[in-house]
Design a protein around this ligand. Sequence first.
Ligand code: URA
Length: 430
Amino acid sequence: MITAVDVIRTKRDDGELSTAQIDWVIDAYTKGEVADEQMSALAMAIFLNGATPREIADWTAAMIRSGIVLDLSGVGRPCVDKHSTGGVGDKITLPLAPLVAVFDVAVPQLSGRGLGHTGGTLDKLESIPGFDVILGESGIVAQLEEVGAVVCAATGDLAPADKKLYALRDATSTVESIPLIASSIMSKKIAEGADAIVLDVKVGSGAFMKEFSQAKELAETMVRLGGDHGVDTRALLTDMSVPLGRTAGNALEVRESIEVLAGGGPPDVVELTVALAREMLAAAGKPGLDPAAALNDGRAMDKWRQMITAQGGEVDAPLPTARHTEEVTAETDGFVVDMDAYAVGVAAWRLGAGRTSQGQPVQAGAGVEILRTVGEQVRSGEPVFRLHTDTADRVAAAKEALSGGWRIGAVPSDRGPIVLDRLLADPDKP
Ligand code: URA
């Protein structure tokens, strides 16, 4: 007979859990037969002692089996999903999903809400008046057939074990563990039923993984898990030491995404959107296409309009703006040489763009606008940031988060490359 205490003791003493132990503990936890305090202890033991590739594979498979797997076989097109491990100003899903759908590839983007300093795609899209993020399985399939792209909340019955465990990890400081992050992300993604998955694994101060070596290990673990389940999985490792683009905050990021869809927008956002689109198209068996052209000629914008309208969004309605804005100015002449993603993320969060506990409302208009970014010249007294909030008394805390998070130097420096590495499960594929 397997008991929770035995499973915890095995891992506490740095032993290896058997497949039967893992299957049992995930199933029993999902049903409420293993208590939260027992799962917390087990998560901490895994956090401290790690897990073998076999244990991670079994843990992921058990979490997938805890719920349903979406059946997208009726969609009639290859289905490719993108997942980002989360960052500051990471609005890439917004232009990317319609862009890839232009090429007759279905993009089911089941997304999450922001927690902490990283924003959530659903919170961003909900700043569009009327936009509905709750679609059932049949609604998702219907929209993929009609439009080709959908961005909505994951249905409650996909990997329910992960849903419970993720909330517990958040409350017990056991999030930043490669086995637990890899199994959490891949169980949800595999349960979404896509044929291929492209991972955007972030590296740097604004990411879970601050070091390149950790991010690479996470990416390798996830690519292997996808391969184990017959899903073509590939990963780009991308820079998150500097915020992406010039905005962090819900409606602010929607506005910037629309600029990208209109053929403009910040170069780093365009570069990453196009790099991920190329990867998704290659994974769908369509290598060598030119996604950048579809941003410039209006096809991606047309698809965005269809997608927003299909989900009830008023595509031409003005986006919400914050009631109060305030600028942060440079104290010397020079060039912006540093812009710490984490500091900007925390500032946006404190202004009201994010939440401190699940279920809290967010301010649609709140966030940080970056008026001068890395490499750009600024004169003393000129604004570097514009802070947006509905609650002016939050500004002091946001300024405090930013202080020390950016620097002006005498010599201009580059932002550095966005895409740092690329990993494929099958290196022979394009
Ligand atoms: N995102 C997830 O879905 N799970 C994690 O564990 C971390 C980030």
